[in-house]
Write a protein that binds this ligand. Structure first.
Ligand code: HEM
Length: 295
């Protein structure tokens, strides 16, 4: 059986990234850590457009399959795991016949669902990835002096992208009621709370600058960046750890990630913002961290 080289490369990249995090904490300089995270995000998300949604999802599930199956013997399963037809929902082929049940449902929703749903997923991934990249550009390039008008333009583009990305996400989440593998209605509500965290911070940043409150604008933008890192990276890393630990209970790990990832991202951003000594390296490596991101 062929090994999924791409997934193994992701494990290598995650290992390297953890090393980079330890190094960044020691040096108090997070530029390289953040840059690596952005590149890895683009690598994962671009796959959806290059290979199509079902293949992108099978790759995503493949990342979780290895640990989720760890310690299970042939033919054994767990309460939160399920099988999919011909193991098409993973890139591991027949090596693993059990997958997280949210993964099986995720694959089925897009491999066998209406095109409209897939288009919403593409819209969500594209616009949120654009917003993710642009918000870092804003951090790197302060909105003062000559840069003011470009900063405004990129801020508006970021706000537009996160608006479309979040609308697509909520249209997808509105359909989760019957998807018990995600947690049903709790999934819809959880994604709504995630949207509130992310979009709420973006809106507050815009409201602040419209009032001329630059300090408030910067504060809310830092929270917005934290919420975006939470919604993407904290979510996926948390799931990587919790999914195998909680595999006996359907949807529990996923629900914890849905509800907690964005608030944790905001809390982390607040922690960095309130500890000037700790955040110095971030300022040095990414321009001025107190610069605005949206509008
Ligand atoms: C406002 C916060 C967010 C919400 C509410 C949200 C919601 C969702 C939903 C509902 C799905 C599809 C699940 C399904 O219907 O089967 C999804 C998948 C996805 N989302 Fe988000 N999301 C958010 C933030 C982000 C961010 C910031 C990014 C990237 C920058 C992102 C990238 C993705 C990707 C790539 C997938 C497919 C799964 C994967 O490969 O990771 N999302 N999201």
């Amino acid at each position: 059986m062929e090994l999924p080289v791409g997934v193994l490369a992701i494990y290598g990249a995650l290992g390297l990234w953890s090393g980079l995090l330890a190094y960044s904490i020691r040096r108090k300089a997070f530029g390289a850590f953040l840059g690596f995270g952005i590149l890895l995000l683009l690598y994962l998300n671009l796959r959806y457009f290059l290979e199509g949604a079902p293949a992108g999802i099978a790759f995503f599930i493949g990342i979780y399959d290895f640990l989720n199956n760890f310690g299970l013997s042939e033919g054994e399963t767990a309460g939160g795991m399920a099988s999919c037809v011909d193991n098409a929902c993973t890139v591991w082929g027949d090596r693993f016949s059990q997958h997280s049940s949210w993964g099986v449902a995720f694959y089925d929703r897009f491999a066998n669902g209406p095109q409209r749903r897939t288009n919403l997923l593409y819209g969500h991934i594209a616009f949120n990835s654009i917003a993710f990249v642009l918000m870092h550009l804003q951090l790197l390039r302060p909105g003062t002096g000559e840069r003011a008008s470009r900063h405004k333009l990129i801020g508006r583009a970021t706000f537009g992208a996160i608006t479309f990305g979040t609308i697509c996400a909520m249209l997808l989440a509105a359909e989760h009621g019957p998807v018990t593998e995600y947690g049903g209605i709790m999934s819809t509500l959880g994604f709504a709370s995630m949207s509130l965290c992310v979009y709420g911070c973006a809106v507050m940043a815009v409201v602040a600058i419209r009032r001329g409150d630059v300090a408030g604008h910067n504060r809310w933008n830092i929270r917005f960046v934290g919420s975006m890192w939470g919604a993407f990276w904290i979510f996926r890393v948390m799931l990587f750890v919790l999914d195998p630990l909680l595999r006996s209970w359907e949807a529990v790990a996923l629900q914890l990630c849905i509800w907690l990832s964005a608030p944790l991202g905001i809390a982390l951003a607040e922690f960095v913002r309130r500890r000037p000594a700790r955040s110095e390296g971030f300022v040095a490596s990414s321009g001025n961290r107190t610069q605005s991101v949206v509008a």
